[in-house]
Design a protein around this ligand. Structure first.
Ligand code: ADP
Ligand code: MG
Length: 320
């Protein structure tokens, strides 16, 4: 039995501009014990999919099962199996950290849980904050409490929606060490992130979502193989020749170009020389998950897709 099974999940939001389909027949199975990555650009539908899994939103059609329990018709059972760390920081400002964890524990009917709560506080670097009030904590500390809250009932399936967006390096390391340990102990992990190097390092299998569609789904190692090739990296101040510009990823002065083989690298360099483009700091590296991601995304995006996305203020933005 799959840990999580998304079966043809479609979600249509009604917006002032009319109905908007955020998910279109998404089908995915996540096996027990997997460390699964759900990747996609902003607006791809990752949070929508996780909200449906967590019972916070309803699918317009399709089904989601958590270890066989339907998230709608068997909500309590499905929810108990999940530990969900939401993308938005939501918390009760009147609780201390320990109270928040005890309360969450009680919600799931777990009693005498202080030993595990202490272990969570310790593992997430919160031990000296146990008595602190939630509203006194920094954003990074609140994020840690959300993770602890999600894990307080020792759920077999851990779901993290962009847990490291905007958090410091130290928390990232603490968090990944701890989550990797839980995964080794048998917990299934579903992670969304836009840090592709994190996904590459942690996830055994990856789905890429774009405009509500699954556009890639494979073992991380196979995805990396599909990008077989080398990336030519250099710096320049000059504009690229027209023939090369569409093949290049440019970030400030840094240009990256995926080449199939050494001949193609030489061909790129020859074209640059011919065009009189002066380049510095030439480097060749192996293609990584980001290269795969960009290739998949470029291959699937219709030219006018930006124009089709309705503007919609997210709660966090609206509140800011
Ligand atoms: N409550 C809502 N009402 C209308 N549109 C929404 C709502 N929530 C999300 N959307 C839209 O659905 C799409 C997917 O959003 P989301 O699931 O948050 O994507 P991601 O998490 O991948 O960034 C976006 O275009 C977003 O604007
Ligand atoms: Mg999101």
């Amino acid at each position: 039995m799959a840990a999580v099974s998304f079966q043809s999940v479609t979600k249509t939001y009604s917006t002032p501009q009319g109905p908007f389909r955020a998910l279109d027949a998404v089908s995915l199975g996540i096996e027990e014990g997997e460390f699964f990555g759900l990747l996609g650009p902003n607006g791809a539908g990752k949070t929508t999919l996780i909200s449906i899994l967590a019972g916070l939103a309803r699918a317009t059609s399709g089904r989601v099962l958590v270890q066989g329990a339907d998230v709608q018709s068997d909500y309590a059972n499905a929810r108990r199996k999940l530990g969900v760390v939401p993308q938005e920081l939501v918390f009760d400002p009147f609780f201390s950290v320990r109270e928040a964890l005890r309360f969450q524990s009680g919600y799931f009917g777990v009693e005498h849980n202080d030993a595990w709560i202490d272990e969570l506080l310790h593992s997430l670097g919160l031990a000296d904050k146990a008595q602190a009030n939630m509203r006194q904590l920094s954003g990074g500390m609140k994020r840690r409490v959300l993770v602890a809250q999600a894990l307080v009932h020792k759920p077999p399936i851990i779901v993290l929606d962009e847990p490291t967006a905007g958090v410091d390096v130290e928390l990232r390391q603490t968090l990944w060490q701890f989550i990797a340990k839980l995964n080794k102990q048998g917990h299934t992990v579903l992670l969304t992130t836009h840090y592709l190097e994190e996904a590459e390092a942690l996830c055994s299998r990856i789905a890429m979502l774009q405009r509500g569609h699954v556009v890639a789904l494979d073992r991380t190692s196979n995805l990396l193989k599909s990008a077989s090739g080398n990336v030519l990296v250099f710096k320049t101040d000059a504009p690229l020749p027209a023939a090369l510009a569409p093949l290049a990823r440019v970030t400030g002065r840094v240009v990256q170009m995926v080449a199939q083989d050494v001949q193609e690298v030489e061909h790129f360099l020859a074209q640059l020389r011919q065009a009189g483009v002066e380049v510095q700091d030439i480097e060749i590296r192996r293609a990584d998950l980001e290269d795969v991601f960009l290739k998949v995304m470029a291959g699937n995006a219709p030219a006018d897709w930006e124009a089709k996305v309705p503007s919609f203020p997210r709660p966090a933005e609206a509140a800011a």
